[in-house]
Ligand binder design. Structure first.
Ligand code: ATP
Length: 403
C-alpha cells in the first residue's frame, strides 16, 4: 500500500496545493493521501488572524473533496490534535505505526525540499518516507533540485527522492493569497468551495456581505455547503433554469440564483434541517419530519432568504422544488422542471420531459409530478400531499401528459 502525506499550514489551501496533490496521487500511484494541516509549524509562525483549527480542517476537507478521486484522500487532524510543534518526524512515526507495511511518501514543494536537512530528525524522516518533491514556479527546474538531492542521498543513504513536474503550475502562496483576500481579491487561486467557505465564515478579513453577493460568490458559497459531486447537478440546474426563464419570459437572474441555491442544504442531517425550520418558523408535517429529501427544499429556501437575502420569488421557487404544489408561479415551475431534466439527468423518459419543457411548461411540470408519484408508488413510499395537489390542480385545469 502506498500512502502519501501532504503536510502544510494550508492557511488557506489553494489551487497550488490542489495541483500538487493531484499530480502526486497520479505519479506515485498512491492508494491513499493524507492531507495534514500543521498545528504549530516548526519553521514559521502562524500569522495573526489565522482561522481556528476547525476552519483549517474544514477548508482542507473541501480541498480533499475537490480532488479527482476524493475517496482516496483523507484530512488528518493528527498534528492539530497533538500538543506542541508539529514535527514531521513524529507524524511519520505515527503513520508508520498505524500502517507498518505501507510505503510512505512525503509530498513537498521546492521551498520545503530545499530546507529538509534542517528539519528536526531528517534521517528519521528519510528512513520512514520517500520524498516526492515538486516545483512551485517556472524557475524551479532540475538545477534547483539536483544539488539538494545529491546532498541528501550522500548524507542519508536510505534516501528515496522522486521529483515530479506539476502539469499546471500555480504560482501562488498562502501568504500572498491572504493579502489578496483582505483586499477582496484572490478568488482565482482558490477552489470555489474553499472560497465560499472563507466568505461564509468571514475568514481572512473578507467581510463579504452575504446578502449582496455577485453570482460567482453566490456559486462559491453554495458549492461550499455541498459535496463536490453535487456541483455538476447544481450547475446543470442553474443553466437549465436560465434557459427556461428565457423561453417562458421569467426573470433570468432570479432563475439563476434559485438554481444556484436550490440544493445548498442537501447534506445537512435531519436534526440540522429541523433546527433550521424551527428557527425560521417553517411548519413541518409528519412526513416531512422524517424525509430529509423533502426538508432540503425548505431549509434551502430559508438559507436563500435569511442568509443570502434572496427575494420571496426565489424563496418560494426553492421551497417548492421537490414536492411542487397546486397553482405554481412560472419561476416555481421552471426550477422544478429544470431540476428534473437538467443536462446531467439520465433517467428513462428524460428526453420527452426535455422536449415538453420548451413546448408546454405545464405539461412538463405534470410529467415530472406524475413521474415522482409513480416512482414513490413503485418504491412503496408515501407521496407528499402537495405533490398530489399539484397533480390534481394541473389535471383540473385541463393539463395532460397524453399525446
Ligand atoms: P505560506 O505562504 O503560508 O508559507 P504556502 O503557500 O507555502 O503557505 P503551505 O501550506 O505552507 O503553503 O504549503 C504546504 C505544501 O505545499 C508545501 O510543501 C509547499 O511547498 C507546497 N506548496 C505551497 N504552494 C504551492 C504551489 N503554489 N504549488 C505547489 N506546491 C505548493
Amino acid at each position: 500500500m502506498k500512502i502519501g502525506i501532504f503536510g502544510g499550514t494550508f492557511n488557506p489551501p489553494h489551487l497550488g496545493h490542489l495541483a500538487a496533490a493531484e499530480a502526486a496521487i497520479a505519479a506515485l500511484g498512491l492508494d491513499k493521501l493524507y492531507i495534514v494541516p500543521a498545528s504549530v509549524p516548526p519553521h514559521k509562525e502562524l500569522p495573526e488572524g489565522t482561522p481556528a483549527p476547525k476552519h483549517r480542517l474544514a477548508m482542507a476537507a473541501k480541498l480533499a473533496d475537490a480532488l479527482l478521486l476524493p475517496e482516496k484522500v483523507e484530512v488528518s487532524s493528527l498534528e492539530l490534535d497533538r500538543e506542541g510543534k508539529s514535527y514531521t518526524a513524529d507524524t511519520l512515526a505515527a503513520l508508520h505505526a498505524e500502517y507498518p507495511g505501507a510505503e510512505l511518501w512525503l509530498l513537498m514543494g521546492t521551498d520545503m525540499f530545499l530546507t529538509l536537512h534542517r528539519w528536526r530528525e531528517p534521517e528519521k524522516i528519510l528512513n520512514l518516507a520517500g520524498i516526492c518533491a515538486f516545483g512551485r514556479t517556472e524557475q524551479d527546474g532540475e538545477e534547483v533540485f539536483a544539488p539538494q538531492r545529491e546532498y541528501l542521498q550522500k548524507t542519508y543513504p536510505r534516501t528515496r527522492i522522486t521529483t515530479i513536474t506539476l502539469p499546471g503550475l500555480v504560482d501562488v502562496s498562502s501568504t500572498r493569497l491572504r493579502e489578496l483576500l483582505e483586499q477582496g481579491e484572490g478568488a482565482e487561486y482558490l477552489h470555489p468551495s474553499v472560497y465560499g467557505y472563507i466568505l461564509m465564515n468571514g475568514l481572512y478579513s473578507t467581510r463579504a456581505d452575504l446578502k449582496r453577493l455577485d453570482i460567482p460568490e453566490l456559486r462559491a458559497c453554495s458549492y461550499s455547503m455541498v459535496l463536490e459531486k453535487r456541483v455538476r447537478h447544481i450547475r446543470g440546474t442553474e443553466e437549465e433554469a436560465v434557459r427556461l426563464a428565457r423561453r417562458w419570459g421569467a426573470d433570468e437572474d432570479m432563475a439563476r440564483r434559485a438554481g444556484i441555491l436550490h440544493d445548498c442544504t442537501k447534506y445537512l442531517s435531519g436534526e440540522e434541517h429541523i433546527a433550521i425550520c424551527e428557527q425560521y418558523g417553517v411548519p413541518l408535517d409528519d412526513l416531512e419530519r422524517t424525509a430529509p429529501k423533502l426538508l432540503h427544499s425548505k431549509t434551502g429556501a430559508c438559507m436563500a432568504r435569511y442568509i443570502f437575502g434572496e427575494p420571496d420569488e426565489v424563496y418560494e421557487a426553492i421551497f417548492w422544488h421537490t414536492t411542487a404544489k397546486a397553482d405554481m408561479t412560472t419561476l416555481e415551475k421552471i426550477l422544478y422542471v429544470a431540476d428534473y431534466m437538467e443536462p446531467n439527468r439520465t433517467f428513462e423518459g428524460v428526453e420527452r420531459l426535455r422536449e415538453l419543457a420548451y413546448q408546454d411548461l405545464d405539461r412538463a411540470l405534470l410529467l415530472g409530478v406524475e413521474t415522482t408519484v409513480q416512482e414513490m408508488k413503485d418504491r412503496n413510499l408515501p407521496v407528499h400531499k402537495n405533490t398530489l395537489q399539484a397533480q390534481a390542480w394541473l389535471r383540473d385545469h385541463g393539463v395532460t401528459t397524453e399525446g
